[in-house]
Design a protein around this ligand. Structure first.
Ligand code: URA
Length: 226
């Protein structure tokens, strides 16, 4: 249920009516099942998928072909998190299916994993026009979906590929070079940062560092009790 005072103010504002509050009036709590940060916390897989596919929380809903929910093993040990769908992903409704996806497949194969064994998702479920970076507000609106996916999968390790995924998940502005090479924590789940596969296609000399990140992630996953 939406907080009634919130609902009233939102309605009045939408009608173009100024809402005057007494100076010391406390902000009404944003307590709502559909507007709060954890609005997806109770959803099962089917409900979550439906909610994502119907989502209109940001303006990307107007330009997408379809949402890109994520794919893979719902009980995966590894969760791979990228940035946002590109043109090919937007067309096919599946993450990492373009050239970067092939590179990601190779990275997974190198550590004895496969697309079917892991769960792959993105910070955003919709493609930003012209593949621009996600806006912080878009990432914020989409965050509850990803957090619910993480909570449902309960992976042993999260691999954040690229700056956008890592910065959003770790809540910082650091470059990948500073975030990679050591384990982080995401609500009790070990998280390792590495370069985005699209970057590795452009800068193959960084593959060596990415390989060591993958080994670190593998070691972290092995430390988690079954
Ligand atoms: N790049 C990403 O970060 N995610 C995709 O799904 C495709 C390309």
């Amino acid at each position: 249920m939406t907080h009634p005072e919130h609902q009233r103010r939102a309605y009045l504002q939408a009608m173009g009516i100024d809402v005057w509050l007494p100076q010391d009036a406390p902000e009404p709590a944003a307590a709502s099942s559909d507007t709060g940060a954890g609005f997806a916390d109770e959803l099962d897989w089917g409900e979550l998928r439906q909610c994502v596919s119907d989502c209109t929380r940001c303006e990307l809903a107007g330009s997408r072909t379809q949402t890109v929910f994520g794919i893979g093993n719902q009980n995966a040990d590894w969760m791979i998190i990228g940035e946002a769908p590109g043109a090919e992903e937007d067309r096919r409704g599946e993450p990492f299916v373009g050239r970067a996806g092939k590179m990601l497949d190779e990275m997974l194969r190198a550590i004895g994993q496969s697309r079917d064994a892991v769960f792959i998702a993105n910070i955003l479920k919709c493609r930003p026009p012209n593949n621009r970076d996600p806006e912080p507000s878009e990432a914020a609106e989409c965050r509850a979906y990803l957090e619910r996916q993480i909570a449902l999968v309960q992976p042993k390790i999260i691999l954040a590929v690229g700056k956008i995924a890592a910065q959003n998940l770790l809540g910082c502005d650091d470059p990948v070079g500073r975030m990679r090479g050591r384990p982080h924590d995401h609500n009790g789940i070990p998280l390792v940062v590495t370069y985005h596969p699209a970057y590795l296609l452009r800068s193959p000399s960084q593959k060596r560092k990415s390989w060591s990140d993958l080994c670190l992630a593998k070691a972290q996953a092995a430390e988690v009790a079954v």
